[in-house]
Design a protein around this ligand. Structure first.
Ligand code: ATP
Length: 325
């Protein structure tokens, strides 16, 4: 017979993402609904290694749904990258008497779970990163809020660029992936986007030619989006200004995109994913992650999640170019 689940731990790890709090709330309240004790672990894997814990009650997650960031705090933990740190984390898991550990984070955090699973920790993952760069799921918590923040910035830059007939080059986050860049460019009505997955987007000469072509057809301002993974935003702005004579400004949004109140989409995914993960734990499942694929939530083996791949649809770029003439 399966061991009865009595106690679960939850932590947030890696980069913070809006919606993490909604996921914490869902995990805590679903566990309490099943009369399971729930322990909040602070500062990601560091908190597990150092035993920084707090028993969570229903009222501890009141009024957090609307908050960006994470009430449990998060961290990048170099100690967790070592065998010693992993053994320590697994030992604390045992000492605490946990039956499962829920990790809310990105692909690095999932790699951490994979190591802990080797030492007998029963790990469950909820995908949360603004970058959307996880192969096992079509949605990651935080992406929608980050894109909306980027789109809002583009709207504002459009106002000032058009007033001064300038060109704006805007760098958005996304690590080595272009999802945020593509979504910001498409929804902000940018003329061009440079992103890591498509080499053909990275030719500055072509970007500048596009700006000149658009000016010749009556455009009085320009908006270009650059993915963080490509960088070189200041340099591109200088090249545009030097070659075309058009006044050009560079804006790097950076960590602005990490914060802010989560959108309804992020709160919804976070709430449902948190609920489904605890349901899987209560069913006696072992080492799983929750994903959102083809319009449905699914519970997948942690190991299998590392073999899954997805890619930014290359057609999106062609469509953006059609829509920006
Ligand atoms: P984001 O995508 O927002 O950056 P992430 O979860 O990918 O989130 P990382 O910093 O890559 O963020 O990973 C979070 C933590 O997971 C790391 O600080 C480290 O403690 C742990 N981790 C990452 N990779 C491994 C690994 N191979 N083995 C053990 N632990 C790991």
């Amino acid at each position: 017979m399966e061991k009865k689940i009595k106690k679960i731990g939850v932590l947030t790890s890696g980069g913070d993402a809006p919606g993490m709090n909604a996921a914490i709330r869902a995990v805590v309240r679903t566990a309490l609904h099943h009369e399971v004790e729930i322990i909040g672990i602070r500062k990601g894997y560091n908190g597990l290694i150092n035993g920084e814990i707090k028993e969570m009650r229903s009222r501890d997650v009141s009024n957090i749904m609307n908050l960006g960031g994470t009430i449990l705090h998060t961290a990048r933990s170099p100690e967790m990258m070592t065998e010693e740190g992993q053994k320590k984390a697994a030992a604390i898991y045992s000492i605490l008497g946990l039956d499962a550990l829920v990790v809310i984070g990105g692909d690095g955090s999932y790699r951490g779970m994979r190591e802990l699973a080797k030492y007998g920790v029963n790990c469950f993952g909820i995908p949360a990163t603004i970058d959307l760069d996880m192969g096992c799921t079509e949605y990651t918590i935080g992406f929608d809020t980050a894109v909306n923040t980027g789109m809002d910035a583009l709207n504002k830059l459009r106002d000032t660029s058009s007033s001064h007939e300038r060109c704006s080059v805007v760098e958005v986050m996304g690590r080595d992936a272009g999802y945020i860049a593509m979504w910001c460019a498409m929804t902000g009505g940018a003329e061009d986007v440079i992103f890591p997955e498509a080499k053909e987007t990275q030719d500055h000469k072509k970007v500048i030619q596009q700006i000149l072509t658009n000016r010749s057809t009556g455009k009085r301002h320009n908006l270009i989006v650059v993915a963080e993974g490509n960088g070189g935003t200041q340099q591109l702005a200088k090249e545009i200004q030097d070659i075309t004579g058009i006044q050009t400004r560079a804006t790097i949004l950076g960590h602005l995109q990490r914060g802010g109140t989560p959108t309804a989409t992020d709160r919804m995914h976070a709430s449902l994913m948190g609920y489904y993960v605890v349901k899987a734990i209560m069913e006696g499942q072992k080492n799983k992650v929750v994903s959102y694929n083809r319009g449905r939530y699914e519970i997948i083996d942690l190991e299998e999640s590392f073999t899954m791949k997805k890619q930014l649809d290359p057609e999106y770029y062609d469509i953006l170019k059609v829509l920006s003439i």
